[in-house]
Design a protein around this ligand. Structure first.
Ligand code: SF4
Ligand code: SF4
Length: 121
C-alpha cells in the first residue's frame, strides 16, 4: 500500500517556509499543527519568505504526546508513524459514521497544537 500522493500541501508549505514536520507527520507552523493548508500555482512574481529552519523536524520537540493521544497506536517516538495502522483506524470510523470519517487526535491537546512548541516545554 502506498501513501505517496502526487501533490502534498504540507510539503509545499515546508518548501515555502511555513514550517517543519512533526512526529505525527503534520506540518507545524507558527499557528501550530491543527490546521489546513492550501496552495496556488501561479506565474505571479512574489518575494520569497525566509525559511527559518534547516531540519525537516526542527519545530517538533519529540515529546510523544501525539503518540499518547493516538487511538490506534500508530505513532511512536522510536519508530515514527505507521500509516497503515492510521488508515485502518480511519476506515473503521468510516464504517461506523459513514458518510463522515476522520480522527486527528494527534493534532489536538498537544504542545504543537497552535504554536511552535520549541522553547515552551
Ligand atoms: S505532539 Fe510533540 S512529538 Fe508530536 S508532533 Fe507535536 S511536538 Fe512533535
Ligand atoms: S489521525 Fe488518529 S489514528 Fe491517525 S495517527 Fe493521528 S491520532 Fe492516530
Amino acid at each position: 500500500m502506498s501513501f505517496t500522493s502526487n501533490w502534498s500541501e504540507r510539503h509545499v508549505g515546508f518548501v515555502c517556509g511555513l514550517g517543519s514536520f512533526g512526529l505525527s507527520r503534520g506540518l507545524i507552523t507558527q499557528k501550530g499543527i491543527a490546521g489546513r493548508i492550501g496552495s496556488i500555482v501561479t506565474e505571479l512574481y512574489l518575494s520569497p519568505d525566509e525559511r527559518k529552519y534547516k531540519d525537516i523536524y526542527e519545530y517538533c520537540i519529540m515529546c510523544g504526546k501525539c503518540a499518547e493521544n493516538c487511538p490506534s497506536r500508530a505513532i511512536s517516538v522510536e519508530r515514527g508513524k505507521d500509516h497503515i495502522a492510521c488508515a485502518r483506524f480511519l476506515d473503521e470510523t468510516s464504517e461506523k459514521y459513514n458518510p463522515r470519517y476522520g480522527c486527528g487526535k494527534c493534532q489536538v491537546e498537544v504542545p504543537c497544537e497552535f504554536k511552535i512548541p520549541r522553547g515552551s516545554y
